[in-house]
Design a protein around this ligand. Sequence first.
Ligand code: ADP
Ligand code: GLC
Length: 497
Amino acid sequence: MKILMVSSEAVPFAKTGGLADMVSALSIGLAKLGHEIRIVIPRYYAVDRSSLEMLPGAMGVPVGYGCEEWSAVYTAKLPGSSKKNPITVYFIDHENFFGKDGIYGTPTEPDFLDNPRRFTFFCRAAFQLCRKIRWFPDVLHAHDWPAALAPVYLKFAERVKGSLGGFENTVSVLTIHNLGYQGIYYKDNFDYTGLGWDVFYNAGFEDWSMMNFLKAGMYSADKLNTVSPNYAEETKTQAHGFRLDGVLRYRSADYSGILNGIDTAVWNPQKDKLIPKSYSANDMSGKEAAKTALQHYFGLAEDPDLPIIGMVTRLTGQKGVGELFGPSYGCIWSICRDMKLQFVLLGSGEAWCEQEIMGLSSRLSNFRAQIGYSEDISHIIEAGADFFLMPSLYEPCGLNQMYSLAYGTLPIVRRTGGLTDTVENYDEGKGTGTGFLFDDLNPQSIYNTVGWAVWAWYNRREHIDAMRVRAMKHDFSWEKSAKKYVKMYEEASEKIL
Ligand code: ADP
Ligand code: GLC
């Protein structure tokens, strides 16, 4: 099959979170199965044009009623894709929209004012790109709200009589990575789509007099999915549906959950070049070396006997940071004061949380943090820590807990979303499990569960060692999940035949 991934992020070019890892890793997984994959993303300011190749000629993209914006198109090969079946990444270049710092915004302007226009333009450009390169996909696979207009354009403008043609046999799939971000804007922005106002209602854009990008994509895509089976079920309930549970129940025949895999070429302790010494379940000496390197890097006592709790995260409410770091409410202070452990964090996000964390580092001798984004340090934490904490409020899939398992670093997680699907709870009686789970998101539960893991570290080391080996042997490669995506593409194609 010919598949076009439409996404606002893809590693290594543009990343704010797991979406970027998933899009590139799934593409590589599908290419390995013999499919022809191409990816389209915006050419953000941070993507250096000199490392890309420019396609000759500019491309006109129709926007609004009878207007046109001009764009250049750049290309590159996706690193990690094979020579035999390489994946081409196309970059939509538009100085006004994308030639600025930030993917969705900056710390001072977290959601760019022109985001509805930026991503409307981007989705429209995906179709013009196919015309320009004379390549029409069998499947258009859109990811999250920034790409959600692609299925809408397909259904209401491109796959209809009187269109410019080329997409008569194309089907669309929308993957929801995070229902918490829907792209809700004033409906004045709708004119820019160039679609008739009948489509505003027929495609489900309408949301309490606002315009909802994700909701329209959810109504329009031929098939829908999210990134774990458990989150698919949760999102059909009012508690986790972010007001769109009704839409998901309405579309439940076309909606499923497919667990993400991980890119085992990048996240693999046996091959990882970013850790001091590679290791495997049979020889864990490299893990000890990574622990010493981690302690050294953060200026902590280089003591192998102290358990290290690690975190790599966006600092936002979704990740449970309020319950950990909330001033006078969070449990981080009692965890670090009461327990014999070390705590290291790498993260960036909400300003209050960054400030709180920086303050803590100077007051707690066993707490260290780096504010910012660093691929290198994230690998050292995954390998060097003994436990990995993810007290998420909700978690569509979560990649970090899978990276942790692959590195023999036992996750301490809340029983929600994909965390439930990937981490098996410790059983003290039998010594089974791969991590530590809790139900309620409050400071006390986090404190108790970290305490439980630390207790097992000091009193049941044989269990911890066995859990590590079990975690590392788990298969999180993309192969199984890529096949499930292929099945969904086939089912989507059958629907329109
Ligand atoms: P989400 O996409 O919701 O943030 P995931 O667990 O799916 O959660 O993916 C997070 C990804 O982003 C992982 O690859 C993680 O290593 C990475 N990440 C998050 N914050 C940072 C950071 N500050 N530095 C490096 N990598 C980070
Ligand atoms: C989102 C989710 C995360 C998921 C990732 C990749 O960012 O928050 O849980 O792992 O997308 O699908």
